[in-house]
Design a binder for this molecule. Sequence first.
Ligand SMILES: [Zn+2]
Length: 60
Amino acid sequence: MAIDPELLEILRCPKCQEEKREGRLVLAPAGDSLECGACRLRYRVSEGIPEMVVDEATPF
Ligand SMILES: [Zn+2]
């Protein structure tokens, strides 16, 4: 299930927001996660719903 492009447009990396960076996210090539290029964290997308939890994000 793909993520809504409009949702992707407004979502920001919570870790970067904490640290006053913009934290734009991009969809990973596999389509199953969102990646933050600034802090190199990947957030899982489960059934179209991104899990925006820093503690559950994985580095890439
Ligand atoms: Zn980030």
